[in-house]
Structure formats: structure tokens, C-alpha cells
Write a protein that binds this ligand. Structure first.
Ligand code: ADP
Length: 173
């Protein structure tokens, strides 16, 4: 598996799949979620509403992942996953790892050969960037054998200089 870093705006990346750090309502929000829905157009929200009406009436649980159309984005699929809100008193790392693992498995299931990830939970949800980057890289490496043959390329898309430094430190480690 080829793993690389492409800093900037994930809505511009032309991997087969891009991951959305969604919230459980799947109905849009701020940060990367807002950017994906704005640029991708209304088709994505329509698909999300359909998911809420069928498979996820109570919303998408934290740590799970589901694919929809990517609308007008260069990508073909958006894989929505719900990161955990960071908590000082409770270790929710397993839920953040589950986001990366389940997003990769969802990508393999639809047949995506390449996938781009934002720094899930490291924005509005408050996860410290260095730790978020560590979990991201470790989990992708650990899951690679399970998606071998389908997902060949993983792109981390840090947004901003400190995010970029955190991901570079992990990949160089
Ligand atoms: P969460 O609620 O999971 O924390 P956010 O969207 O608030 O999700 O933030 C996750 C990360 O995505 C943050 O590091 C934020 O800076 C980054 N981000 C925001 N917009 C974009 C974008 N257009 N492309 C890539 N990353 C983005």
C-alpha cells in the first residue's frame, strides 16, 4: 500500500474515495463536513437522508463508516464516519481507530483503489493533533493487510501547518 501526505483541502483530492468526518446525524455540519457538502452539492445530502430513512434511523454510530455518492467532487465516493469527541477522562482511542479501519473496509467493499482521510476528530471534536495523527497512521498500517488487493493508495490530507507536521512526524517515524 502506498501511503502519502497531500496537505490542503480534501474536497479537491481526486482519490476514488474521500472520508468525511461527519456527525451521527449525517445531515451536515461544520469543518470538513460542511466543505464536502458545499462542494459536492445536494446529491450527497440526499443520499445521507436516504440512509437515515433506511439503515440508520438513529444516526450513524461513532466509529462506523458508510459510503455514499460524492456528488460533484472529483472523488467517486464519500465515506462518512463519525469520530469520537475527545474526552480527558475516558480513553476513546479505540473509537477513533475504528473510524479509520471501518472507512478502509467500506472503501474496499465499494471497490475504491484510493482513499483520502482528513484528521478525523482533530477539529471541532477536540482530539489533540499529534495523537490523532498517530492513531490514523497506526490504524491504516494495521488494517492494510485486510484491504490488500483493493485499496492501494492512502492519502492523508492535513489541513494547516501543525496538522501537516503531525502527520509527517508519524509517517517518518
Ligand atoms: P471533527 O468534528 O471530527 O473534529 P472537523 O471537520 O471539525 O471534524 O475537523 C477535522 C479536521 O479536518 C481538522 O483538522 C480540520 O482542520 C480539518 N479540515 C477542515 N476542513 C477541511 C478540508 N476542507 N479538507 C481537509 N481537512 C479539513
Amino acid at each position: 500500500m502506498d501511503i502519502r501526505i497531500e496537505p490542503g483541502d480534501i474536497t479537491q483530492i481526486d482519490t476514488d474515495a474521500v472520508v468525511n468526518a461527519a456527525n451521527s446525524t449525517l445531515l451536515g455540519g461544520g469543518g470538513v463536513d460542511g466543505a464536502i457538502h458545499r462542494r459536492g452539492g445536494p446529491e450527497i445530502l440526499t443520499a445521507c437522508k436516504e440512509l437515515r430513512a433506511t439503515a440508520y434511523p438513529d444516526g450513524l454510530p461513532t466509529g462506523q463508516a458508510v459510503a455514499t455518492t460524492a456528488g460533484k467532487l472529483p472523488a467517486r465516493w464519500v465515506i462518512h464516519t463519525v469520530g469520537p469527541v475527545f474526552a480527558k477522562k475516558e480513553d476513546r482511542s479505540h473509537l477513533l481507530a475504528a473510524c479509520y479501519r471501518n472507512a478502509l473496509l467500506a472503501a474496499a467493499e465499494v471497490g475504491a483503489e484510493s482513499i483520502a482521510f482528513p484528521a478525523i476528530s482533530a477539529g471541532i471534536y477536540g482530539w489533540p493533533m499529534d495523537d490523532a495523527a498517530r492513531i490514523a497512521v497506526e490504524t491504516v498500517l494495521a488494517t492494510a493487510p485486510q484491504v490488500e488487493g483493493t485499496v492501494r493508495e492512502v492519502v492523508f490530507v492535513p489541513f494547516g501547518a501543525s496538522a501537516e507536521a503531525a502527520f509527517r512526524a508519524q509517517l517518518d517515524a
